[in-house]
Design a protein around this ligand. Structure first.
Ligand SMILES: [Zn+2]
Length: 250
């Protein structure tokens, strides 16, 4: 069991503690900026993310690493934070927040993006692999639509070859995978099952994912549903977070 699982967190006065959070989720983000929104509407501000983390902790949610969230099915209000695409803002804006709140997160990186504009550099990634609160996950080599990669050798290279590249460059082979664009098919799913411990997909109900259940002990560890943290934040200003998450499951 991870050291971040059962850590008690001080609950501030004035919050309703009669009902403990029952459901958990894997939340996903992309870049983190200084203000609201980007042209894709996928950026959350550093300030907003900090407020959200604080709000969840105050309301009894526990932010755990991905493995713990999967093993427990998110029960007891366990949340895992994930960040896709290896943006540089993960190192510059997210890691300071993780350290401030002492909570873990996973960042998914596609190897072709390392060192490119606005993305993590090799040096930053090296530090992240060494960071106690960070798990680096594999997001393929070139971020393709995996269900459109017809050649099996190319498919294996995108998934397993990228993992091997991490191992060669950083000395660690990631055990966790994220499907680019949340898209997969039976072939890519099979390759991922054979090479990684977990894999995250998209939001429940996303066309590429199907009407997935919220995170539970029945969740397929290689098709884990995720909740859009940016959307959740917009909805959660005054504690709607609990309502939304509690509304996810049975
Ligand atoms: Zn991506």
């Amino acid at each position: 069991m991870d050291r971040h699982d059962e850590r008690p967190h001080a609950t501030g006065d004035g919050h309703d503690r009669r009902r403990e959070p029952g459901h958990g989720a894997v939340l996903f983000y992309h870049s983190v900026g200084t203000d609201h929104g980007d042209s894709y509407g996928r950026t959350i501000s550093e300030h907003r993310l900090a407020l959200d983390i604080e709000a969840w902790l105050d309301r009894g949610y526990r932010i755990v690493d991905l493995t713990t969230a999967v093993e427990t099915g998110g029960g007891g209000g366990r949340l895992a934070l994930t960040f896709d695409d290896g943006y540089e803002s993960f190192a510059t804006r997210v890691v300071p927040l993780l350290e401030r709140f002492d909570v873990p997160a996973t960042v998914y990186v596609h190897t072709d993006a390392i060192g490119s504009s606005n993305h993590l550099t090799e040096t930053q990634l090296r530090d992240l692999f060494d960071h106690d609160l960070v798990t680096v996950g594999n997001h393929t080599r070139s971020h393709p639509y995996l269900d459109r990669v017809d050649d099996h050798g190319t498919l294996v290279d995108e998934i397993v070859g990228a993992r091997t590249t991490f191992e060669r460059r950083f000395g660690v082979a990631p055990d966790h995978f994220a499907y680019p664009f949340y898209r997969f098919d039976e072939r890519s799913l099979t390759v991922v099952r054979d090479s990684h411990e977990t894999a995250v997909a998209g939001p429940p109900g996303h066309p590429a994912v199907g009407p997935a259940d919220p995170l539970s002990t029945d969740s397929d560890p290689h098709l884990l549903p995720r909740v859009d943290g940016v959307t959740l934040s917009v909805l959660s200003n005054a504690g709607g977070c609990r309502r939304l998450l509690d509304g996810l499951g049975p």
